[in-house]
Design a protein around this ligand. Structure first.
Ligand code: MN
Length: 426
């Protein structure tokens, strides 16, 4: 696949994350204006809410599905409508577009630099998985020792937990260090304290665009995925270590989950498909992949101390995952649990086999034992107040890239302890 050329010059460079091949879905506002649906192209955002109202490009002839501060109503139309809309928008932006198309897009577009970006969809539900084998092996080794690193079910089940949709925030939103129950390994009893081992997790999030009312095959699940976002599953490791058995993480992962502002369409990633790695144990037939369902997406994590320059602390690839989002979604639906439009599925932390490819501070510093050096001086075992964590990712084509935009967040200090937590009465 080569670069598709646009009459918008900034979309034709090798570096832009948003060439014509991408066309990611976002929600933006300018100044005090309304929230509108937009599609990124080069250094601009096409105001597709405006194009719909003007009758230039309609996703649905009957209803103004883009007259909303979210893409959910558009997703409801289903894959055939997504493809028609994408083809229509591609025609308006392609190099050979006529003058009328260019005039309309010029009227209904704004510079990306002037826009504020918001959550691109209403998150119906949020589930997070644990599907990276390098990550699961590393974490299991630290928590339970090398003999019991992978739980006995891990090679058979894409393990996950039900997270909180209410905690999902858009890139740029600050995150406040949480309080919680923590217990030192040698202490007899827990304490209530701010998390001292606060961490990030580098993940990809799949956005479900087609609902289900029962079981679906892996192939059907794959076709239900509307697109992908970068996702940071902020995690309090000390809270997690004390609470996680027997039902898994709860408060440790409920503080916040940050996603990138653009949903990259599954269609834009199609040329970058790659299969999951060789199975170490045969999967049950329902979970077998009918074709390559991972993607070759280069990923990195950068950390910047408050007021300081950033250090790239990890580089890895989404192709390292053991289970694809399609396999996770198929497994999720086996219970009969209805999947909804706007369901968000976190991939699980994406770590590669090498030390510099680990997708969390827990792994990079090996539980705090091996601090990570920062370029501007200083080192990190876990995140410190004021640190900004930025995830980036792109699929590399021949002379173009499909980017996600940044997924960033700054960690703010814990709030003051309320009187009730100290045992003070009113
Ligand atoms: Mn996670």
């Amino acid at each position: 696949m080569a670069l598709l050329r646009s009459w918008i010059d900034s979309a034709n460079t090798a570096e832009t994350p948003f060439p014509l091949n991408n066309l990611p879905y976002g929600v933006f506002s300018v100044g005090e204006g309304d929230l509108r649906c937009g599609v990124a192209i080069g250094d601009r955002i096409v105001d597709v809410t405006g194009l719909e109202a003007a009758g230039v490009l309609r996703a649905d002839p009957e209803a103004d599905v883009l007259d909303a501060p979210a893409w959910n109503d558009f997703m409801e139309l289903g894959p055939a409508a997504w493809a028609r809309f994408r083809a229509g928008l591609t025609a308006l932006l392609a190099e050979d577009a006529g003058e009328a198309a260019r005039d309309a897009v010029t009227t209904y577009s704004v510079p990306l630099a002037r826009a504020t970006l918001h959550l691109p969809f209403r998150i119906s539900e949020y589930t997070d998985f644990y599907a990276g084998k390098h990550h699961a092996t590393n974490v299991g080794t630290m928590f339970r020792g090398p003999e019991n690193a992978l739980p006995p079910n891990w090679l058979s089940i894409p393990i996950g937990y039900n997270g909180r949709a209410s905690s999902v925030v858009v890139s740029g939103t600050p995150v406040v260090r949480p309080w919680g129950q923590v217990k030192a390994p040698d202490a007899e009893l827990p304490r209530f304290a701010p998390s001292a081992r606060f961490d990030f997790e580098l993940e990809l999030g799949a956005v479900v665009g087609v609902p289900s009312e029962g079981m679906v095959s892996v192939a059907q699940a794959d076709a239900m995925i509307f697109g992908y976002v970068l996702l940071n599953d902020w995690s309090a490791r000390d809270i997690q270590a004390w609470e996680y058995q027997p039902l898994g993480p709860f408060q440790a992962k409920a503080t916040a989950t940050t996603i990138s502002p653009w949903i990259v369409p599954a269609a834009a990633l199609a040329p970058f498909r790659r299969p999951t790695p060789a199975r170490e144990r045969d999967l049950l037939p329902y979970l077998r992949e009918p074709g390559p369902m991972l993607y070759d997406i280069a990923l990195e994590v950068a950390l910047a101390p408050d007021g300081g320059g950033e250090t790239v602390i990890a580089r890895t690839n989404y192709g390292e995952m053991y289970y694809s989002s399609a396999q996770q979604l198929c497994h999720h639906a086996t219970s009969g649990c209805p999947m909804r439009v706007g369901d968000l599925l976190g991939s699980g932390t994406i770590s590669g086999p090498e030390k510099g490819a680990r997708g969390s501070m827990l792994e990079l510093s090996w539980g705090g034992k091996e601090p990570v050096a920062l370029t501007g001086g200083g080192e990190r075992r876990f995140l410190e107040d004021g640190d900004t964590v930025t995830l980036r990712g792109h699929a590399q084509g021949a002379g173009y890239r499909i980017g996600f935009g940044e997924c960033t967040g700054q960690l703010l200090p814990a709030r003051e302890m309320p009187g009730w937590a100290k045992g003070e009465t009113e």
